[in-house]
Design a protein around this ligand. Structure first.
Ligand code: PMP
Length: 361
């Protein structure tokens, strides 16, 4: 059975060569007579895997030397809470720009800890835009300003890094990290769950400017303390070694494919193709996000008649195109086209959408 083109939003499709390598190494990793996931995280084998993963990630996305990299558990959601505990005084203001569902989850996580303020929100227009920077209300004494670089459900993506003045900019890059070059030095901290562009679910990365660790933050257990995690090399407790190893293979694959510059070119072509099919469909398909902020990673779209949703999904799946159902918060369809989705997968979806329109239009 050939592999389907899988448009899942996350956990998402992984590069086939990575899955094959993991399969090959499953029973006997590099001749040690055991799988890497059966060995101690403190042993030389896994310590080597972990160090290489960090070095490769640094190279891949250009992490400056004065930034630390953490590999953590708890997903992106746990980081959404931990950033407040680590970097804001109790009750200190923290500014949030809300451009979709995940911005809302981010602010919800910090409500117990900070004076969480909405600096701007596009909720009133159904999250189809990003509020114009000139309209943001930023606090003088904010611990940080938080944005969601790419909204996975609403398909809205920042195309520039906003200038937020003195407070450090924190960004949730869960669904767009490594999809194009970014200037990390413009951010105080970025975080991402791995399960879209970096590897399997179960591990996240946090990249933060080291000087921020001098902040006192709030009373917290050691395990929730980024300083302690850094000192303990992200191994205060047993880390998710399998996930870390697989993410490391994905980093190597991305570097071998040409790095983030190459993925930026592919992602631009892939998303442009899908949006052109939608926009050129005479209203048969619809995406209502402002063209300047349409996501290159997640393309939500609606059919003109909801009654066609079921046949669309069924016929797509028969054509080897799976996981296209939209998030329950929005309905409709969503094609997630992260780095590991090949261009031929997007071409196959575009061809299918044109054919479906001819059959049902
Ligand atoms: N932020 C964004 C942008 C996401 O897409 C997701 C998951 N889809 C999350 C946060 C939550 O991530 P996790 O499930 O890893 O906590």
């Amino acid at each position: 059975m050939p592999r389907a083109f899988n448009f899942s939003a996350g956990p998402a499709t992984l590069p086939e060569p990575v899955l094959r390598q993991a399969q090959e190494e499953m029973l006997d990793w590099h001749g040690v007579g055991a799988s890497i996931v059966e060995l101690s995280h403190r042993g030389p084998e896994f310590m080597g895997v972990a160090a290489e993963a960090e070095a490769d990630l640094r190279k891949l996305i250009g992490v400056p030397d004065d930034y630390a990299v953490l590999f953590t558990q708890g997903g992106a959601t746990a980081q959404q809470a931990l950033i407040a505990l680590n970097f804001a005084d109790p009750g200190q203001p923290a500014d949030y720009v809300i451009s979709g569902h995940w911005g809302k989850t981010a602010i919800k996580q910090v409500k117990p800890y900070v004076d969480a303020r909405i600096a701007a929100s596009s909720e009133s227009d159904g999250f189809r835009t990003i509020p114009d920077r000139a309209t943001w209300t930023l606090s003088d004494d904010a611990a940080y300003v938080h944005i969601t670089a790419n909204e996975t459900i609403h398909g809205v993506e920042f195309r520039d890094t906003p200038d937020v003045g003195a407070a450090p900019l924190f960004a949730d890059f869960s669904s767009s990290i490594a999809s194009e070059p970014i200037d990390i030095s413009k951010y105080g901290l970025i975080y991402a769950g791995a399960q879209k562009n970096l590897g399997p679910v179960g591990i996240s990365v946090v990249i933060l400017r080291r000087d921020l660790l001098e902040r006192a933050g709030q009373p917290r257990a050691d395990i929730f303390d980024y300083r302690s995690q850094l000192k303990g090399e992200s191994m205060l407790n047993t880390p998710p070694t399998w996930n870390w190893y697989l993410a490391g293979l994905v980093f190597k694959w991305m570097l071998a494919e040409g790095g983030v510059e190459e993925f930026a070119r592919r992602n631009a072509r892939k998303s442009a193709l899908l949006y052109s099919v939608i926009d050129g469909s005479g209203g048969f398909y619809r995406n209502e996000v402002g063209p300047a902020v349409r996501s290159r990673m997640n393309v939500p779209f609606f059919l003109h008649d909801e009654a066609l949703d079921k046949p669309f999904l069924k016929q797509a799946s028969e054509a080897g195109l799976i996981s296209l159902k939209g998030h329950r918060a929005l309905g409709g369809m969503r094609a997630s086209i992260y780095n590991a989705m090949p261009e031929e997968g997007v071409q196959a979806l575009a061809d299918f959408m044109q054919g479906f329109r001819k059959r049902h239009g």
